[in-house]
Write a protein that binds this ligand. Sequence first.
Ligand SMILES: Cc1cc2nc3c(=O)[nH]c(=O)nc-3n(C[C@H](O)[C@H](O)[C@H](O)COP(=O)(O)OP(=O)(O)OC[C@H]3O[C@@H](n4cnc5c(N)ncnc54)[C@H](O)[C@@H]3O)c2cc1C
Length: 402
Amino acid sequence: MINVSKKCIGCEKCVPICPFAAIQMIDKKAVINEACTLCGACVQVCPVDAIEITREETAIKDFSSYRGVWVFTELEDFHEKNKPSKKLRRVAFELLSEGRKLADELNEELCAVVLTDKNHAFEKELGAYGADKMYLVENPELADYDTDVFSTILISLINRHKPSIALYPATIMGRDLAPRVAASLYVGLTADCTGLSIKDGLLLQSRPAFGGNIMADILSPNSRPQMATVRPNVMKLIEPVPGKQAVVVKEEIKIDKNLRRVKVLERKITHDKAGARIEDAKIIVSGGRGMKTRDKYKYLEELCRILGASLGASRAAVDMGFNEKSHQVGQSGTTVSPKLYLACGISGAVQHIVGMRSSDVIVSINKDPNAPIFNVSKYGIVGDVHEIIPKLTQALKNRLKA
Ligand SMILES: Cc1cc2nc3c(=O)[nH]c(=O)nc-3n(C[C@H](O)[C@H](O)[C@H](O)COP(=O)(O)OP(=O)(O)OC[C@H]3O[C@@H](n4cnc5c(N)ncnc54)[C@H](O)[C@@H]3O)c2cc1C
């Protein structure tokens, strides 16, 4: 609530400062109308402290009925013996691996949520990665992702079972679904978390902020479930436990066809020329501004062919037109976690490092011995990338011939 007290001297300093034009002078006194958003700009300029904002203390709520760590699992299409089928995306296992630690610390269950057209018997795979339960909703309407349908079902499930934590993949689907669920339930959501842990019984959500220059730790003490999205390749997979199976809980939820406001007319799967998506690649050769020109960057394609690698790029390289945005590694690109990451002419800005530091082995080539990329590299080669890459490519070719 905002209030102008009798102290107001009618100086009008607050009128132009208000970004929402919510202050008028009436009878030489400031009067605040309903356009006010409680931003507090007027409070700061008032020379006589006549404007006061009082915020209601959030009532301490009892969240003891909220239990369980949920992971929303995303499915992807594939062909099995020429028949279309669905499989779990790897990020589901990454989230379960992390969720298992959280659930153990809270002494709660870890549950996977699967929304699908027909049961694909995922309980074994999910169980192996730590899921105690699998909430399953099967319905032909769930063959393809739809924001309205999926969010409505998820909201119903959350209201029914009251999990304390809900995790989503920060994929195109997860980034569409999670905010809608959060807004409908009026709960918080922390996007693109790079670390999750438990602090005093609450989910501590860590993520880069201010362009990756600081890490922000976020708690949501006043709402449930505590919700976060996590990018693929950020959380490490645990060793699967063969034979462990999640208990299947089939959920009956009526889906009204009218819920769907979008009709999908055609689906096209585009495969780009560089082969595997960089987020799934086992080996990535990445080039930065140090590659100098698009033609010189293209030399890396031959090395990729020999190594069976995908071609990545720093943001500077993408900005210079060396490759498409879908190949950009980093905070505003894709997070990758290959077995081998070869960084060529990349300085190692924090925004690049956050997208590749979980690679198993990082090898860097840079002419500057003090380049920060060497701080995260297992092997560093100080030298001119334009001399080293042709030699490396030739050496690998010779080895293949031998
Ligand atoms: C909000 C935000 C988001 C961002 N997101 C991303 C992101 O997702 N991904 C990303 O990569 N960046 C991102 N950036 C940009 C990031 O800050 C850096 O500007 C960028 O990573 C630099 O790219 P680079 O290393 O290729 O270029 P530079 O920093 O210019 O480094 C070039 C390197 O090449 C070396 N070099 C030059 N010539 C040679 C040679 N002949 N041989 C060997 N080495 C050579 C130089 O020593 C230097 O270290 C983001 C920035 C912001 C603010």
